[in-house]
Write a protein that binds this ligand. Structure first.
Ligand SMILES: CC(C)(COP(=O)(O)OP(=O)(O)OC[C@H]1O[C@@H](n2cnc3c(N)ncnc32)[C@H](O)[C@@H]1OP(=O)(O)O)[C@@H](O)C(=O)NCCC(=O)NCCS
Length: 284
């Protein structure tokens, strides 16, 4: 008999199976569910959803004040109307005969580097400036230098600043006030807030109105709270998924079949070759 086979079957599979997925997040046993060690029944009714998002992604419970700041960005990013691609795509999907899950997934799927990804990029940009600053550096020249270097490498648009519709993004103004209060109360250091405001000042000094947008202010909050940049995108997706779900559901209730991005009489610009004839060898 092959002893390896016997050992495989009788002893190792248990360990092998147990080690296949390793996780520090949730402990499950009969009648037991613990998130990061906390019994679920203790969390329910006591801990807010944003605090649970923090617990799940970071491993520890935040303070109530930290959770309120996280909640602010989760609320702020929830929706930007049906013309935002993630939302119109979810609505179009809902008219194609797929279920709510597919419609939501379709919307989430387009939250990439260009649409939805500016927050993560802004976090990297601002964190890079913070790392480069030493105690002797003057803030404004360091920010100007980082900005010019970024633009040289990555193009003229700094992620997290400027907006097509809003001259001033009301979400950024409100969260800015919450950040100021959090600095006063010692909840955050305010180092990233100062850097981001120095970026705004750079634009003002060059005669342009390019204030922080929702991605920028979210980046500031998340960095101040200690989130790493890639998780920033995850947090934005959690927030925007609520809007995507609501739009997909509304469209499902409205009905509509195979709805395209514009009404069908709007048409589009055809740029291909004019009408032509199939070569004779293909014709019967
Ligand atoms: C959102 C965005 C596309 C809006 O752009 P827009 O309203 O079309 O602005 P314009 O391209 O007309 O720019 C107007 C001026 O502001 C400047 N500007 C606008 N956004 C800028 C940015 N993020 N960084 C640097 N300069 C910017 C432009 O260079 C331009 O300057 P100029 O007049 O000297 O040429 C643009 O601000 C952007 O790409 N921002 C970064 C990406 C981002 O944060 N996206 C999330 C949006 S919620």
């Amino acid at each position: 008999m092959n002893m390896n086979v016997v050992r495989d079957v009788e002893d190792e599979p248990v360990d092998k199976m147990a080690m296949w997925w390793r996780s520090s997040i949730t402990e499950i046993a009969p009648d037991v569910i613990r998130l990061r060690g906390y019994p679920i029944q203790d969390l329910i009714g006591n801990i807010t959803f944003p605090a649970v998002v923090w617990l799940m992604t970071r491993g520890e419970l935040p303070t109530a004040a930290q959770a309120r700041l996280l909640e602010a960005v989760l609320v702020a990013g929830v929706d930007h109307g049906p013309l935002a691609p993630s939302l119109s795509i979810a609505r179009m999907a809902a008219t194609c005969g797929v279920g709510l899950n597919n419609a939501i997934a379709s919307g989430v799927n387009v939250l990439g580097d260009v649409h939805g990804g500016a927050g993560e990029q802004c976090m990297e940009f601002l964190a890079g400036i913070e790392q480069a600053l030493d105690t002797d550096s003057a803030l404004q020249p360091a920010v100007s230098q980082a900005l010019l270097e970024f633009q040289k490498k990555r193009g003229r648009y700094i992620p997290g600043f400027g907006h097509r519709f809003h001259r001033v993004d009301p979400r950024a103004v409100r969260i800015g006030k919450l950040l100021d209060a959090a600095i006063q109360e010692g909840v955050i250091s305010g180092d990233i807030v100062r850097i981001a405001r120095a970026v705004e000042r750079y634009f003002e000094d060059s005669g342009r109105n390019v204030p922080m947008n929702i991605d920028g202010i979210t980046a500031v909050v998340l960095l101040e709270l200690g989130f790493p940049p890639p998780l920033g995108r995850g947090i934005f997706i959690l927030s925007r998924s609520v809007g995507i779900c609501a739009h997909a559901w509304e469209q499902t209730q409205q009905g509509g079949r195979i709805k395209g991005p514009v009404p069908k009489d709007c048409g589009f610009k055809y740029e291909g070759p004019p009408k032509r004839v199939i070569p004779g060898e293909w014709l019967a």
